[in-house]
Design a protein around this ligand. Structure first.
Ligand code: ASP
Length: 450
């Protein structure tokens, strides 16, 4: 709870609220007599940087609005509701677990979904616990029996392969304790990388592992946190598949979420709520409030008797490098000289680089550093047999990354190199489909995406 019952209110607005005995969290009715305007909502804290003379309230539809205090403004308290106040949310009691429902573990790692606005600065920072989230979306108590805990509170741009190892270990422990599904709340920026990492690290999964995030924090108007979390828990509790998936808004309205395979998903927009798309495949399913509609029948079935294999080691000396016109080989020489173990190139088109890079690529491979080719086109498949450039790169020993996303190939190479540095074995593993990252089919229907 903020200590100051009128946190952020200064000057006239503060005096106005004090004289009417109103505090943050109270439910109020505000009238503007001249305009015949009435509105009801809960008084919110105010950013210290915001203009004086306004009262900020949260409406019942979840939107926050600011009301300017004028001569004809009258405020009355409808109800004192300051039980618990956190991060811009009035949090209800934690729901009582209902026996008989599937058991779902929610592991929070941070990101916008677990963030709130810092009313001092107006910036968003990761501070809500998974329990706070659970309280904020109490309907999930109707679909699962929840255990919630915080593993990290970081933005996902700060994730490292070490974090992937710890998350995978933690998820494995929960699965071994008998949970029916796991939800990992995560920042959206690098959620695709972590989803791929968990897909390789958690083999022979008996139950689903669902990553979920939000593009807008729960205390902002039009936040997608609640519906995304609800849908993620629904998938963890009820979906027929046992795979690592990402569940996020599917459209710009609040009607459904999409379920994406963890190795085939990418954040495709900086701010839209439907930013996540499946690339080079069909999403696994759509999640509505009351049902899960499967869009593919190509998945590993849920089976609690299956024994999970944990392979959670990643080599952090791998580079993901974008190819561009005018690029020179000295960057690759630098990577080799700096002791890196593997390189994933995000090449142009079907899998090309300028010829000026050939000597450096040749040297890297000669020194035992695998070089994997993916495409910056994002959609489509690598084909290095079409042009002489591709053929030449193949003859240097470059490994074609098929239809893998560059990020997935980067995570996979880091996972493979933690097991072997033998170039033939690396090549074999990179060309083997392990977790749905290589789709043997390239259907015309994959693009544009659903
Ligand atoms: N930068 C944030 C993160 O990835 C954005 C988000 O969560 O959506 O953690």
């Amino acid at each position: 709870m903020t200590e100051d019952p009128l946190f952020g209110y200064r000057g006239y607005a503060r005096t106005f609220l004090m004289s009417n005995n109103i505090k943050i969290g109270d439910r109020v009715r505000i009238k503007k007599l001249k305009e015949n305007f009435t509105v009801e909502g809960i008084v919110m804290p105010r950013s210290l940087l915001a203009e004086d003379g306004f009262i900020e309230i949260k409406l019942d539809n979840g939107y926050n609005i600011g009301i300017r205090i004028t001569d004809d403004t009258v405020i009355e308290k409808v109800k004192e509701e300051r039980k618990e106040f956190k991060g811009g949310l009035i949090v209800p009691e934690i729901p009582k677990p209902r026996p008989g429902l599937p058991k779902v573990s929610i592991i929070s790692t941070g990101g916008t979904i677990a963030s709130k606005v810092d009313y001092r600065t107006g910036a968003v920072y990761p501070a809500l616990t998974s329990e706070d989230l659970y309280r904020a979306v109490p309907e999930i108590a109707n679909i699962a029996c929840i255990e919630a805990e915080v593993l990290f509170s970081i933005f996902s741009e700060n994730m490292t392969p070490k974090h992937w190892e710890i998350i995978a270990q933690h998820v494995a422990d929960k699965i071994n304790k008998g949970f029916d599904g796991i939800v990992v709340t995560h920042g959206t920026d690098t959620m695709g990388y972590t989803a791929a990492a968990l897909s390789f690290a958690l083999q022979d999964l008996p139950v689903p592992v669902v990553l979920v995030g939000a593009q807008r924090s729960s205390d902002r108007p039009s936040s997608d946190a609640a519906i995304n979390l609800y849908s993620a828990v629904k998938v963890a509790a009820e979906a027929p598949f046992a795979e690592v998936v990402v569940v996020m808004h599917g459209s710009i309205s609040d009607d459904y979420c999409l379920v994406h395979r963890g190795t085939k998903v990418r954040k495709m927009h900086t701010s839209r709520r439907d930013a996540f798309r499946t690339v080079n495949d069909t999403p696994l399913a759509r999640v509505y409030r009351d049902r899960i509609e499967m869009l593919s029948n190509n998945y590993k079935h849920r089976d609690k008797s299956r024994r999970l294999k944990l392979k959670n080691k990643f080599d952090d000396k791998v580079v993901l490098l974008k190819v561009y016109p005018g690029m020179k080989g000295d960057i690759i020489d630098y990577i080799v000289d700096s002791g890196y173990h593997g390189i994933v190139l995000e090449g142009t088109g079907l899998g090309h680089t300028p010829e000026t890079l050939f000597p450096a690529i040749k040297r890297a491979i000669r020194e035992g550093i695998p070089v994997v080719m993916t495409s910056q086109c994002i959609w489509g498949r690598i084909n290095m047999n079409v042009y002489s450039t591709g053929r030449e790169l193949l003859s240097l020993g470059v490994i074609p990354g098929e239809d893998m996303l560059p990020e997935t190939a980067y995570v996979k190479l880091s996972w493979v190199l933690a097991q072997t540095r033998d170039l033939d074995k690396v090549r074999e593993l990179m060309l083997t489909n392990i977790a749905g990252e290589i789709n043997p089919r390239s259907l015309i229907s994959y693009y544009p995406p659903l």
